[in-house]
Design a protein around this ligand. Structure first.
Ligand code: CU
Length: 158
């Protein structure tokens, strides 16, 4: 006589949903989702004896969000500036309330436009250095990116 073969215990695949560190979250399908992608982050070298410089980057958010602030260990203060023309002079101002990001639409920080201003830079920045920039958003987790130090593309300058 043959006995019944007991069913083997079903092995459950343990799914972890705790990947909520850095800039990544785990979506409903278990794949990692990066809410905000940053590319082309670059900071200008500091001019001789000067402690200010500007950084540029490209942002794309997967959802509507707002870039609220930027911080860096390389400088005492980092702020988000816009560039405007006033009486034929290029002026820059802090952007109050942050920079809105529409889902899927690139937000560009570029010479002659929005930029990240670093004040009281601790050590002179020379080409080849890197600068860590931590971006804070209304919704997405903080995102730290490494910017190269060098001359940004000059396409929109002037
Ligand atoms: Cu500025």
């Amino acid at each position: 006589m043959k006995g019944l073969i007991p069913l083997a215990a079903l092995t459950m695949l343990g799914l972890t949903a705790c990947g909520n560190t850095d800039s990544t979250t785990v979506g409903a399908d278990g794949n990692t989702v990066t809410p905000v992608v940053v590319t082309d982050a670059i900071c200008r070298p500091t001019a001789n004896g000067r402690k200010v410089t500007a950084c540029y980057l490209h942002l794309v958010s997967t959802r509507d969000d707002t870039l609220e602030s930027v911080a860096t260990p390389a400088a005492a203060r980092a702020s988000i500036h816009e560039t405007t023309m006033e009486s034929n002079m290029m002026m820059m101002h802090p952007i109050e309330g942050g920079v809105p990001m529409t889902a899927g639409q690139p937000v560009v920080f570029t010479p002659g436009g929005n930029h990240i201003m670093l004040n009281d830079v601790a050590e002179p920045l020379v080409a080849g250095d890197t600068v860590e920039l931590t971006l804070s958003f209304a919704q997405a987790p903080d995102l730290t990116v490494t910017a190269a130090v060098g001359q940004p593309p000059a396409s929109n300058e002037g």
